[in-house]
Design a binder for this molecule. Structure first.
Ligand code: TNX
Length: 523
């Protein structure tokens, strides 16, 4: 209660002066004010020009009803979908006068985003919207968020809530990290032990009861995302980070040592590739998007037995693979071909740049911020790239100097650094702009066990990610963004999200923080 009152007081101060800008997150490419105000109210007339435009009109109507504005509407709202309009993919225009609101787009996604902008203007304007013109389209095609549910599992309701907020922020890609050392999180009919054995445990407790998504739940979530123009990219991490799988089916395990026991797939057995292919058959069916992420990262953590196993060593010689890295690359090429055989394109972490896969069949996620050379190499080799460098785009890094739990690498990831991105590294991408597909905020959950800690690491930094991914550099201005941010924080309050408040950094305790510091430094 106290928190709410305080927030309201702060809000009042800010609403009074968010400046000459619309309360939109992300900031649109172009906005201008006109004379007049549109008043929303009961039984407002909303029309569409048929098909999807009618459907979107109904969705808008439902949401506006929920706001229960009591005034008399000053005019009507129309949604127009017209493929001949000269608007870019996902773009829209929004024209608001005292008498009408018109939203136009040449694509369904564009019309949807026009509707999301209208809803924000209505919500933050509390029923009255200044007359304005918005012409909007995204800077990047891939605007993503990744959630690791292997280390800790959060479940369907939380994922749906995040998909709702992502849609509001015009983020369009949810990368779902469903497999890793502690747990396998997706039902595969052909291999039931993946869930009866592989789903048991989490990062903190190897005996935690099995948690996973059934195929029915996956379908439900995929459809929920699709209705919000969000594509879900599943990740099945291999040949490393495969511990949960190998625990369930030791016959495909390639060993590992100590803490990293069973970390890798066996890279030489045909049975391994058959097993992976069968799993990918089911995954490809469940996820209609054109990409499947196969990981490919950090194999060296647990491939010790590759160096000593006589069968593996003989395989390296017979196939002229030179050494264990050559073998790793062979594995990635095989995985890439399997993914291609399912009619999909592979995505891999930036290690796969060295594997010799064709850029026609694979896309790269650049994550090692300390190796910009790997980004450049990916681009020079013709790969499309999504940028999610640890700094500033890993959400498991702390966001404030006094925070005690999370990662740090010669610094941390405050919201300001995310807002500036990709400014500081953009010179590396010069002349390769077409290959930069976008960016992603990635949340690894080794140190995220509770829901409120999850929220705290994601919000409000995700609003800055959305702005960096959507808004053209010339329309971004961090001081203006920070001035309107309290409005979004108030919205998060209504959703019960426990966010970090950059305006009162010490006011709310960091959730899940142990007595003693748990910071992973530079590693
Ligand atoms: C590196 S990023 C990993 C993850 C960890 C993360 C922690 C990547 C491709 N691998 O397995 O969870 O760091 O920040």
């Amino acid at each position: 209660m106290k928190r709410l009152l305080l927030m309201n007081a702060i809000l009042w101060l800010f609403v009074a002066g968010i400046g000459a800008q619309l309360p939109l997150f992300p900031t649109p490419a172009k906005q201008s004010f006109q004379r007049g105000t549109f008043t929303l109210g009961k039984n407002i007339s909303i029309t569409g020009n048929g098909g999807y435009a009618d459907q979107i009109g109904k969705e808008a109507s439902r949401t506006l009803e929920e706001f229960s504005f009591t005034g008399t509407p000053s005019g009507e709202i129309s949604f127009i979908l017209d493929t001949s309009l000269p608007l870019p993919a996902e773009g829209y225009t929004l024209t608001i006068t005292g008498e009408h609101i018109r939203i136009e787009a040449s694509s369904e996604a564009g019309l949807f985003y026009g509707k999301e902008s209208l809803i924000q203007l209505a919500r933050f304007g509390q029923g009255s919207i200044r007359a304005c013109k918005v012409k909007d389209a995204p800077r990047f095609r891939w605007r993503g968020f990744m959630l690791d549910e292997s280390r800790h599992f959060f479940g369907k309701e939380k994922v749906k809530q995040y998909l709702d907020i992502m849609a509001s922020l015009k983020l369009n890609t949810f990368h779902w990290h469903l497999t890793d050392e502690p747990g396998w999180r997706i039902e595969i009919k052909k291999y039931p032990k993946l869930t009866t054995i592989g789903s048991v445990g989490n990062w903190h407790d190897p005996d935690a009861p099995a948690q996973f998504y059934t195929q029915e739940e996956i379908k439900e979530i995929v459809a929920y995302a699709a209705a919000r123009h969000i594509t879900i990219i599943p990740e099945f991490d291999m040949p490393g980070h495969a511990t949960a799988v190998c625990r369930a089916y030791p016959e495909v395990s390639g060993g590992g040592e100590g803490k990293w026991e069973h970390f890798t797939f066996h890279p030489c057995k045909e049975a391994t590739y058959e097993f992976i292919s069968n799993i990918l058959d089911e995954i490809a069916q469940l996820f209609p998007g054109s990409y499947i992420h196969i990981g490919g990262d950090e194999v060296h953590y647990g491939n010790q037995s590759w160096f000593t196993d006589p069968e593996i060593q003989a395989f390296i010689k017979e196939n002229d693979l030179k050494n264990e890295s050559g073998l790793e690359h062979y594995f990635v090429r095989r995985a890439c071909d399997i993914v291609a055989s399912k009619g999909k394109k592979m995505i891999g972490w930036d290690e796969v740049v060295d594997a010799g896969v064709s850029p026609d069949k694979a896309m790269v996620m650049w994550w090692r911020h300390d190796k910009p050379s790997q980004l450049v190499k990916a681009l020079e080799n013709g790969f499309d790239v999504v940028m999610t460098p640890r700094r500033p785009l890993y959400a498991d890094f702390v966001q404030y100097q006094s925070h005690k739990t999370g990662r740090n690498w010669n610094g941390y990831n405050p919201i300001e650094d995310i807002y500036r991105f990709p400014g500081p590294i953009i010179h590396f991408t010069k002349n390769f702009e077409d290959q930069i597909k976008g960016m992603q905020f990635s949340l690894w959950t080794e140190r995220v066990a509770e829901m409120n800690r999850l929220d705290f690491m994601v919000f409000p930094r995700l609003t800055a990610v959305a702005e960096s991914a959507w808004t053209p550099a010339k329309s971004k201005e961090s001081s203006l963004f920070m001035r309107k941010l309290p409005l979004f924080l108030e919205y998060l309050d209504t959703l019960g999200i426990y966010y970090f408040n950059p305006f009162q950094p010490d006011a709310y305790p960091e959730p899940g923080a142990p007595e003693k510091e748990d910071i992973l430094q530079n590693g």
